[in-house]
Design a protein around this ligand. Sequence first.
Ligand SMILES: Cc1cc2nc3c(=O)[nH]c(=O)nc-3n(C[C@H](O)[C@H](O)[C@H](O)COP(=O)(O)O)c2cc1C
Length: 272
Amino acid sequence: MDMKTVLKLWSVVALAGALTACGQKAPKAREGECCKDSQKTECCQKHEGKHCQEGQDCCKKASQKPACCKEGKGDASCKKGEGDASCQAHKAMCPSAAFDQIVATRRSVRSYDGTKTITKEQVCEVLAAAQEAPSWINYEPTKYYVAMSPDKIAAVKEAVGRNKDRLDGVSALIVSTFERSKSGFVDGVQRDPIGDIWGGHDCGLSTAFLILKARAMGFDTLIMGGRDADALRATFSIPENETVMAVIALGYRKDEPQRPPRRPFDEVVKFF
Ligand SMILES: Cc1cc2nc3c(=O)[nH]c(=O)nc-3n(C[C@H](O)[C@H](O)[C@H](O)COP(=O)(O)O)c2cc1C
């Protein structure tokens, strides 16, 4: 079995597991039992004032419907049932399982489908989620510089070395920076031995929100640490008090990316 088939199978099993995990079985109704107590259930709404048949699956809580794609609400990519396969899977799942699916399907994507584009409004939605990330005393030291115009995209591509070849078809290239002497500092005075490392921490945390929100909307990302910070600073007139961190590509995957293996769990997690 090749790796692609293994990954496909794995997604199906994960999805099935997720559905089982959240798909609480509705109790079987007893004659006349279903609609009493005027509970706000799908069944009660449908059968208002009527009795259910013995053994009918009933009284399923309306809240068990997936929150995200209900009645066309939720993420833009899920509206009206549109979107890619991951969105359709998302639609079929309860919210907590949807999160697991987002984590499981997020990958560093190195080939993009240029026939699909992400709008500025959608990029704003992704960045608004990034801004919701926690930060040191809520300083929010992270800044984003977004290239969406062809000339700026071309300029950023020139600043990411060999990564350039991985970026055909991207909709946006986002440069992340953080303001120094913010996180880890109070009134400009360093309050923690690691100082500005907290700024890098907060920037990474915000980026984590960004890439997961992007995946939730059916998009893909690549974080690139391989970049020419000086060239990017010049392109976007980034002030000297900001440290340039990464370039984040945003687009739609062209091919199914493979999951690189992770270290054994107990090598990175210790319980005491
Ligand atoms: C800070 C950081 C810098 C990275 N820089 C690059 C890069 O310059 N080029 C690249 O192709 N991938 C880059 N990556 C992606 C990693 O190689 C990738 O996250 C890792 O192999 C795990 O794969 P996954 O993201 O698909 O789980 C970077 C990731 C991070 C978090």
